[in-house]
Write a protein that binds this ligand. Structure first.
Ligand SMILES: Cc1cc2nc3c(=O)[nH]c(=O)nc-3n(C[C@H](O)[C@H](O)[C@H](O)COP(=O)(O)OP(=O)(O)OC[C@H]3O[C@@H](n4cnc5c(N)ncnc54)[C@H](O)[C@@H]3O)c2cc1C
Length: 416
């Protein structure tokens, strides 16, 4: 029988939007998310432009829409392993990894307190640690603990099982394989930051005070590794000079030849994070062109008016540490001065671009992609791309795009 519902792959803002729009029209939706929580990159940001509100603002409304709509089935920790069939009639096989914590969990934290093992906190991009049993973040949806089996000591330890008052921990939980029927599939698996360690002249990964822009979101967030205090990760000290390096790998034939469109606005936003915490701190933004389009230009205008924020037009050629002071030294070709300059900072943020997740993890079905791995919409396939897996965009454009994808999916159910 042809699928009468829709499978949405990816539970970021694009996938969530598409899922609730489809379900509220009356169609069943399976929302498939790899992580143990919904929200994608947006839930990992500190605040988001243009309104600079915390990500919970927009996402919590959507979580409420999901909670009260029985037509949306959420599958976290789930990966699509195969897709068979054709537009109007797909069979989507998925593997659900065991969470080892069932729905009786109240997120009380008793298990975490007794867990003896730590692991890097992927939510905070490895900038701090969690226990082997952890709540992905304080606003996690679903608000339920999860065990990392790669570090958990299992039944040899069993302390979490003993202490849990609700019988919520099940160390025998197994992987499950499910087959979902769907008339259409929305692919909304989003993006990864460009791997800055590939830009060898910057030395990313070798100095804790050289971070990328997604790490800066966590470093500024209350739930981040320093409780929201922007500090040098080498010693926890306050920052006095912060540098933002635009187009770190972007618009560069050797790395990402395209512009990701959002990194300039992201750095402008993050410059204000610094300025709000440190009224005396100096911020320098090294750029090729500032591309803050539409109403996001307001951010640029505001930054230009701030005497503590300096814009230097020029590509940063090299970043290296000053062994005597611990500061980072940036060598830059200053275009306006027409000469090479050096600049110093105690925290450097690389504005890395957006790489579609399909580069690392392709759709297991024949779908068209552009030269960089972004999915290209195609009427025939019945697999509809949405959000940043299609092109780099901000949240507002992602939501518009996902709403359009929901409509296309509904049309393909009604027209067959
Ligand atoms: C540094 C930075 C700051 C930014 N700040 C802002 C801002 O302030 N305001 C703004 O409007 N925009 C901002 N953006 C852009 C914003 O992050 C994107 O618009 C948004 O993340 C796009 O959402 P998405 O759902 O398409 O992708 P994502 O947020 O990447 O979500 C994709 C989801 O799919 C899941 N997934 C991945 N692969 C699979 C798979 N194989 N199977 C199942 N699930 C999978 C992921 O776990 C994730 O949950 C910023 C971007 C950067 C780089």
């Amino acid at each position: 029988m042809a699928g009468d519902g829709i499978v949405v792959v990816g539970g970021g803002i694009a996938g969530i939007t598409a899922a609730v729009e489809v379900a509220e029209v009356g169609f069943p939706v399976d929302l498939v998310e790899l992580a143990p929580y919904l929200g994608g990159r947006v839930i990992r940001s500190n605040r988001y432009f243009p309104k600079m509100c915390p990500p919970q603002c927009g996402l919590e409304i959507n979580f409420r829409r999901i909670r009260k709509n029985p037509r949306v089935r959420v599958h976290t920790m789930t990966r699509v392993t195969s897709i068979e069939g054709k537009k109007g009639d797909f069979k989507v096989q998925v593997k659900v990894s065991p969470r080892f914590v069932n729905s009786k969990c109240t997120a009380c934290g008793a298990c975490e307190a007794v867990c003896p093992v730590e692991r890097p906190n992927d939510f905070n991009y490895g900038l701090d640690k969690t226990k082997a049993i952890y709540l992905p973040h304080e606003m996690a949806f679903p608000n339920r603990y999860v065990i990392d089996p790669s570090v958990c000591l299992g039944k040899d330890c069993g302390k979490c099982v003993e202490v849990c008052p609700f019988g919520a921990i099940d160390l025998d939980m197994k992987e499950q394989v499910l087959t979902l029927n769907a008339g259409a599939i929305i692919w909304a698996t989003g993006w990864d930051p460009y791997d800055a360690s590939r830009i060898d002249y910057y030395g990313f990964g070798k100095n804790p005070n050289l971070i990328n822009n997604v790490m800066m979101e966590r470093l500024s967030a209350v739930g981040g590794p320093t409780g929201g205090k922007i500090s040098r990760l080498s010693d926890g000290g306050e920052v006095r000079r912060v540098a933002f390096v635009q187009c770190a790998g972007s618009r560069d034939e050797n790395h990402l030849p395209y512009c990701s469109g959002v990194c300039c606005s992201a750095s402008l936003k993050q410059a204000f994070y610094v300025r709000e915490q440190y009224p005396d701190a100096e911020v320098t933004i090294f750029y090729i062109d500032i591309r803050a389009l539409g109403r996001l230009e307001d951010l640029y205008v505001k930054a230009k008016a701030d005497p503590k924020i300096t814009f230097v037009k020029g590509k940063v050629a090299e970043i290296f540490p000053d062994k005597a002071t611990g500061e980072l030294i940036l060598r830059v070709e200053d275009v306006d001065k027409g000469e090479g300059i050096t600049s110093r900072a105690d925290l450097v943020v690389l504005a890395t671009g957006i790489v579609p997740t399909t580069v690392k993890s392709p759709v297991p079905f024949e779908v068209p992609c552009d030269d960089y791995g972004f999915l290209v919409p195609s009427e025939e396939t019945g697999i509809i791309p949405a959000g940043c897996v299609k092109k780099p965009v901000d949240v507002a454009h992602t939501v518009q795009d996902a709403t359009g994808a929901a409509l296309s999916a509904i049309q393909s159910l009604k027209r067959r």
